[in-house]
Design a protein around this ligand. Structure first.
Ligand code: OAD
Length: 231
């Protein structure tokens, strides 16, 4: 029998229990910085050293973080479901937990890319990307992260996956940032949607929607067991 397709949209909340701060729980400040200073092309133009250092610190922190029961439950669901994780997170905790099919909608902390040619993407060795680190075309490297005001290159792929979902989950995201937040509108009407967040985001109610006001590390293992037993 063909496996059911489970598509999961995750946000910062799923990594919260691994010790990585979410964005909007901190009053618009992100680890002490105005989000626009560290996550926009304008911020980069203004102060490249500050932006590089900011992501170096995030990378250092991410190296120390470990997947929590929420990430692990999503990996376990691969035993019986065809799972696609669409994450807004730039950490790699889904992969570390064992998920094999992860779309990083907002890029990766562990890659750099050329400021002259965005098709030139490189792995970052170690935790530090510095002023003076250059691509093969001799331009400064920047983090391969989608900043505010930039295109989301993997959005079409994420929409195509969502349109094929038999089951959809939304975990740990405030659904404040588009286009990612709009993915919910592409879920087929017949597919149940599970929303897991202790502070539930505003979503249009529809039939077949289950709102679970709980932490991911608690609710996801429970839901995963339920779904695995029902197959
Ligand atoms: P937000 O910080 O906006 O939202 C985090 C959500 O996680 C909130 O709804 C919290 O209630 C919820 N949350 C907190 N702890 C949780 C837990 N233990 N379990 C489950 N949920 C929990 O983060 P995102 O929605 O991911 O973009 O933000 C979207 C984008 O905005 C990010 O990808 C980032 C940011 O600017 C870029 O960096 C490009």
């Amino acid at each position: 029998m063909e496996r059911k397709k489970l598509v999961v949209l995750t946000g910062a909340g799923i990594s919260a229990e691994s010790g990585i701060a979410t964005f909007r729980d901190a009053n618009g400040l992100w680890e002490g910085h105005d989000v626009m200073e560290v996550a926009s092309p304008e911020g980069w133009q203004k102060n490249q050293a500050l932006v590089l250092d900011f992501y170096n610190q995030r990378r250092k922190q991410a190296f120390q973080a470990k997947p929590n029961p929420g990430h692990l439950a999503l990996a376990e669901l691969e035993k019986k479901f065809a799972v696609t994780v669409i994450t807004q997170n730039v950490d790699h905790l889904h992969e570390q937990a064992g998920s094999t099919n992860v779309i990083h909608l907002h890029g990766s902390l562990f890659q750099s890319r050329s400021t002259a040619d965005e098709s030139l993407v490189y792995p970052i060795k170690g935790w530090e990307l510095k002023l003076g680190d250059k691509c093969e075309k001799n331009s400064q490297l920047r983090p391969n992260i989608v900043w505010f005001g930039e295109m989301v290159p993997l959005m079409d792929q994420a929409i195509a996956e969502t349109q094929q979902a038999d089951i959809f989950m939304v975990v740990g995201t405030s659904l404040m940032v588009y286009p990612a937040a709009g993915l919910v509108h592409y879920v087929p009407a017949k597919a149940p949607i599970y929303v897991i967040d202790p502070n539930l985001p505003a979503v249009n109610k529809r039939t077949n929607m289950h709102l679970i006001s709980e932490k991911a590390g608690v609710a996801l293992p429970e839901l995963a067991q339920k779904l695995l037993q029902a197959v």
